[in-house]
Write a protein that binds this ligand. Structure first.
Ligand code: LEU
Length: 377
């Protein structure tokens, strides 16, 4: 790498690499200019995920630039990947080579990260997932980070609670077979069911983009499960929930991380009632930091933040802390600081990081009640 990308060309600070020497002026107390790229699912079937992330990031950006005045100024450059692997690869290439960003936040989906993470890693540019919950994200390489709690922690927490409180014995599973995250979530659900000694009465799949799930659900209902375990993104997942209720399934429905967005209530309507999911963030949490964030978010956007807004918000605080510790906006230094992160308390809870930079933390279990998620107790 030639330049450390200390600033974008469109700011008033000296841009490293543009002058003859390639060195920024050595005046002490110089404000660090950091341009960070964001790759989000901002249009298409999962756009509400990307919108939540953008909202969380922009709220944090305003707060941080105010708090760090004179020391650090962050600029965010958003790119829409539309939830596509190709889109994510193109966005990452553009941000690294054209915009010369110091790091990238996103992309939204695990599948996109599996495709685009290697590109950033190869270019020695830190890339930070804020919603990638699949197994194996950090194995992409040492420039790959995330603060999103893996499904392998969240799903078992939700399943154990559901087994205890709803007395489940037999479960049926359904998932999107063409989405890495949904496939991983399904595997965790199946392994957890086996571990908990549950009988698996049936399994079915569909593809993202499908709109008719009656054949699969009719068959699964006939196997008479106590619960339906759904691993999907919100659009298809919510339609599955709705259809299952329409077909007369009255048992428990439990979903993965994809359901943690208010769109679920829009799409599934009253059929969402009783849906159980695990999340590292709840806007209802009685915690000063969480409540201050919820208040600021509501003041700015007139709605409550979801998990994706919260993790996005936290990620920029982690970036800011690491950039200040690095003392400059350079990729290698920033990577070093991010790798040293051992724990961080944000609005989405207290996170620790294992030796592979995987976050470890607690999930809370919530249940859909009258149009919102409330603690499952
Ligand atoms: N957790 C999902 C994934 O890792 C994304 C989220 C936005 C539902 O792909």
């Amino acid at each position: 790498l030639m330049v450390g990308c200390s600033s974008g060309g469109n700011t008033s600070a000296p841009a490293a690499g543009e002058g003859g020497s390639g060195q920024a002026a050595s005046t002490d107390e110089q404000e660090i200019q950091a341009k960070i790229g964001v790759v989000g699912f901002l249009s298409g079937s999962g756009a509400a995920y990307g919108e939540a992330q953008k909202a969380g990031l922009e709220l944090a950006l305003g707060e941080l630039n105010e708090a760090n005045k004179g020391k650090l100024k962050i600029e965010l450059k958003f790119e829409d990947s539309a939830g596509e692997k190709e889109g994510a690869i193109n966005a990452v290439n553009k941000l690294i080579n054209q915009d010369n960003v110091v790091a990238i936040i996103g992309p939204t989906l695990s599948g996109e990260m599996f495709a685009a993470g290697p590109v950033a890693n190869e270019a020695e540019t830190p890339i930070f997932g804020i919603s990638n919950t699949s197994e194996g994200i950090n194995d992409i390489g040492e420039y790959v980070f995330r603060n999103s709690l893996p499904e392998s922690i969240a799903i078992p927490t939700a399943m154990k609670a559901a087994v205890e409180k709803n007395g489940l014995k037999k479960v049926a599973l359904i998932h999107a077979s063409n989405d890495d995250f949904s496939v991983n979530g399904y595997k965790v659900m199946k392994a957890t069911a086996e571990k908990l000694g549950l009988e698996i009465t049936g399994e079915a799949t569909f593809a993202n983009g499908d709109v008719d799930f009656s054949a699969q659900l009719t068959k699964l209902k006939q196997t008479n499960p106590d619960a339906l375990l759904v691993s999907a993104l919100y659009k298809e997942g919510s339609m599955v929930v709705k259809k299952a209720r329409e077909l007369g399934f009255t048992g428990t429905i439990l979903g993965g991380n994809g359901f943690n967005n208010p769109k679920v209530f829009e799409i599934a309507g009253p059929a969402a009632e009783g849906l159980i999911v695990a999340t590292p963030f709840s806007p209802e949490k009685k915690d000063d930091k969480v409540q201050a964030f919820v208040k600021a978010f509501e003041a700015k956007y007139n709605k409550k933040p979801d998990q994706f807004a919260a993790q996005a918000y936290d990620s920029l605080y982690i970036m800011s802390q690491s950039l200040l510790a690095a003392g400059k906006a350079e990729r290698e230094e920033l990577r070093g600081q991010l790798a040293q992160l051992r724990d961080f308390t944000g609005v989405s809870g207290k996170l620790s990081f294992d030796e592979k930079r995987n976050p470890i933390g607690d999930a809370v279990v919530v249940v859909a009640k009258e149009g919102k998620f409330v603690p499952f107790e």
